[in-house]
Write a protein that binds this ligand. Structure first.
Ligand code: MGD
Ligand code: MGD
Ligand code: MO
Length: 759
């Protein structure tokens, strides 16, 4: 079996460039799936693992949060899901011998790719003050250390508990319970960098921060608008749903600065016909400028208002609030301003309007292209206005569809991982556990970094994720993290956050989704919630990567006992032994989880209630769906500059790099590329294949530079550029965030390009 990690680093980053592709999946996807799986797992383990992905008796794919259909295929996964599984189920191991061989000073010089390729961490490790090497530590000692550091804090608010979105409902519920019993709401999570803008906009307008559609709705929609999302890479199983909708007669509009292969043409690897011919997905491609979406939807709204009979007046009257003010603002929308903001042609928008008016049921899907801008919240609110105008919420085949990232990011929030919890949630928690949760808000991701930077936070605990690589302003963030007294990472794989540490650091290795979890009461399962509010069980079936691993619930339970001591009346030990007891408590605290244990025992699980979707009930302050009327914004671009978006390649999962290719975009063997429109490149004197530094320009005047990017002439919208994250996080200023949601604006960074001195 091919279990050896690649030899030395620095990894050679020497990008080769070919023409972008126009179709996704098909045979090459199958070949890549099998190769990636085989390299990490070998043949037998590959078969054993992949056949359990997303099956009703198997585990939930740790890839994305896209839902499964009720009837499952034998192979219910995609190329990138298989890579995510292989990454976790790898047979490579990071043992204490590895840490003895590699001091931290060596590991900080390695790329994130190399770190991730070393394999699963097998034992708890400790880095003491002044030491350069992690050494093995017993679990008892590790929890003692955490407990004593937490107890020594001047205030519970000097601790920060971060969650990445793979954490199960059970572990997430315990973590937020512990944080609140300890006395803080400092529960930042990856959502703060991801769909927070969607949550903010949707809660205000429809009363619930979640999508309102099911898979069945997608299959039945007449028009699907996919804006700011690249499903071919990031949610490949969504292409199957789009294909099904197309076959039933749906039209698809794709709104994106880039022509993404997956949205152009899909060769479904699960049907022989799909493999041969495939399906063209996009009917209309609107190649929009970065950040132009609010202006686009505003103008569409004006045009709908100007069309006699186009507004669903009954719906507006019965179910909405704020229509007059919104209509006045929308009517003032200006063609010229919209064309400038979007970079589109008048005819494009007229074509889009025609499709909209011809469709009874419309769904808008979106992801990071809409959420990571300064004006993301008003942008998503404008999408809601657009849907409300024609009654496209709470009806078959219609609704809002924010497509979530991490496989349980939505569930973690449902379980109370939130720095600004609703008072009703805390009341229920307090009543169930006899505690007094703090009512003041905690830190989100950006505020947590600021608090660490300013010395206001001293202990940083992460339930998964790769905080220093995923967050903005890398140099600032790394310096902030180094000021902490203790940093603790509960992880499966090695990453950058383990080597940029506080004075003392712990790595706590944990079970992943694919691992079998046996506790005192027997074999356990956990639960997750997908992008469409389906809650279901997930059971790993592989022997754990080492006998020293603890599950995430066990780690939280033991940390809680160490930090809270005998004063806590919460039965932490029993929770660790039997997750069913955690679910009993969830059923009494979180609305929609009544009879949790019995309902989740059903194969496929159950769907959570959703007022707007189920009965056009909008739990907002006005009791109705709210129209809103924000001023139009779009990014300003000074002369000679480009607007940079930081996005994902086909060969990565957030900060986990699977390989150095971005197949659909024609990039091979390297990640330091910047995609620039050929006309812009020419105007700026940037030859294809030349090397450039990216320098971000922000009002604080600080120079943020990412050196040595190969220029690739690429058909992106004018004035816009694209480069991969996390390498470009050095360019995103910490305080360049979205209004209201405080999400880093990592899709609109103003950059200057300067020829690189070397290469
Ligand atoms: N294989 C794989 N799967 C993943 C992930 C992964 O890294 N790898 N990550 C997971 C996570 S956490 C998330 S959040 C999702 C992310 O899923 P996506 O949001 O699809 O991910 P990005 O690569 O950030 O792509 C953003 C897309 O929006 C477009 N875009 C950027 N700015 C704008 C804009 O202003 N307007 C419009 N209309 N379009 C814009 C970009 O061109 C690109 O197509 O995927 C999840 N699934
Ligand atoms: N510039 C820029 N920055 C971005 C984005 C962007 O588009 N542009 N996207 C943002 C988005 S959408 C997101 S969601 C964040 C992602 O931020 P994070 O969620 O913090 O980052 P990941 O890279 O997903 O975390 C990977 C690590 O999680 C650990 N891990 C994997 N599986 C498990 C598990 O089962 N249990 C535990 N305990 N640990 C596990 C592994 O150690 C792995 O190294 O990044 C954000 N940052
Ligand atoms: Mo995300």
């Amino acid at each position: 079996m091919a279990a050896k990690p690649p030899a030395g680093d620095p990894v050679q980053d020497a990008p080769q460039v070919a023409a972008p592709q126009h179709a996704a999946a098909g045979l090459p996807a199958i070949a890549h799936t099998l190769r990636a799986a085989h390299q990490q797992m070998g043949t037998v383990r590959t078969a054993r693992t992949l056949l359990k992905v997303n099956q009703k008796d198997g585990f939930d794919c740790p890839g994305c949060a896209w839902p499964e259909e009720d009837k499952r295929h034998t192979a219910e996964f995609c190329e990138n899901g298989a890579k995510a599984v292989a990454e976790e189920a790898t047979v490579r191991r990071v043992t204490p011998a590895f840490f003895a061989q590699h001091p931290v000073s060596d590991l900080t010089e390695r790329s994130g790719y190399w770190l991730g390729q070393q394999g699963r961490i097998t034992e708890p490790m400790f880095l003491d003050e002044g030491a350069d090497r992690y050494v093995p530590v017993t679990w008892e000692r590790a929890f003692e250390l955490i407990g004593s550091e937490l107890k020594a804090l001047g205030s519970p608010d000097e601790a920060v508990f971060y969650t990445s979105g793979r954490t199960s409902n059970e572990a997430a519920f315990l973590l937020q319970l512990f944080a609140r019993e300890f006395g803080t709401n400092n529960l930042p999570d990856c959502s703060n960098m991801c769909h927070e803008s969607s949550g903010s906009a949707l809660t205000e307008t429809i009363g619930i921060g979640k999508g309102s559609v099911s898979l069945d709705d997608l299959h039945k929609a007449e028009l699907i608008i996919v804006a700011g999302q690249n499903p071919g890479t990031n949610h490949p199983r969504m292409l199957t749903a789009l294909e099904k909708a197309k076959h039933a007669g749906a039209q698809i509009i794709s709104v994106n600065p880039l022509p993404e292969a997956g949205l152009e043409h899909f060769k479904n690897p699960q049907t022989p016909q799909g493999m041969l011919k495939g399906t063209s997905l996009t009917d209309l491609f609107l190649q929009i400028r970065l950040g132009g979406d609010q202006a686009l939807f505003r103008l569409l709204n004006k045009l709908i208002l100007d069309t006699p009979g186009a507004v669903d007046e009954l719906f507006v009257r019965e179910h909405t609030h704020g229509y007059e003010e919104f209509a006045a603002a929308a009517k003032a929308a200006d063609w010229d301003e919209t064309l400038t903001a979007t970079g589109l042609e008048r005819a494009d928008i007229e074509r889009a309007l025609k499709l909209v008016l011809a469709s009874k049921s419309v769904i808008v899907c979106w992801a990071m292209g809409l959420t990571q801008h300064k004006h993301s919240v008003p942008t998503i609110r404008e999408v809601v206005n657009f849907l409300l105008l024609r009654g496209n919420i709470g009806r078959t085949g219609a609704g809002v569809c924010p497509v979530r990232g991490h496989s349980n990011v939505q569930g973690d929030r449902t379980m109370g991982i939130f720095e600004r919890p609703a008072p009703a949630f805390l009341d229920a928690l307090d009543k169930e556990f006899g505690i007094t949760s703090p009512r003041h808000h905690g830190y989100d991701v950006v505020r947590a970094i600021q608090a660490l930077r300013d010395g206001d936070a001293k202990v940083f605990f992460a339930m998964g994720g790769n905080f220093v690589a995923a967050t903005p302003d890398t140099h600032v963030t790394e310096a902030a993290m180094r000021r902490a007294r203790l940093t603790v990472h509960v992880s499966t794989k090695l990453n950058r956050s383990h080597v940029v540490t506080g004075t003392r650091a712990l790595i706590l290795p944990t079970l992943g989704r694919t691992d079998k979890d046996v506790q005192k009461s027997g074999k356990q399962f956990v639960t997750v919630e997908d992008s469409m509010s389906m809650v279901h069980a997930s059971r790993g079936n592989l022997p754990p990567a080492s006998r020293h691993l603890l599950s995430e619930p066990a780690i939280v339970a033991r940390m809680a006992r160490a930090a809270l001591g005998k004063e806590s009346a919460t039965p932490w030990e029993e929770f660790e032994q039997d997750y069913g007891l955690i679910r009993d408590r969830i059923s009494r605290v979180v609305p929609g989880f009544e009879d949790f244990n019995s309902r989740v025992a059903r194969p496929g699980g159950f769907v959570l209630p959703h007022g707007p979707r189920d009965e056009r009930r909008f739990p907002t302050a006005t009791g109705k769906a709210n129209f809103t009327a924000a001023p139009i914004e779009y990014p300003e671009l000074p002369e000679g500059r480009l607007l940079l978006q930081t996005l994902r390649s086909h060969d990565q999962y957030n900060t986990t790099i699977y390989g150095l290719d971005d197949r659909y975009r024609g990039i091979k063997d390297g990640r330091r590329v910047v995609l620039v429109n050929p006309e812009d490149a020419q105007a700026l004197g940037l030859a294809d294949g030349s090397y450039t530094d990216l320098i971000s320009e922000w009002k604080d005047g600080v120079e943020r530079r990412a050196p040595g990017f190969r220029v690739v002439h690429y058909p992106t919208a004018r004035g816009c550029a694209a480069a991969y994250y996390p390498e470009t996080n050095v360019l995103v200023p910490l305080d360049a965030t979205a209004d209201t949601s405080n999400t880093p604006a990592s899709k609109s960074v103003v950059v200057r390009l300067e020829q690189s001195p070397t290469v």
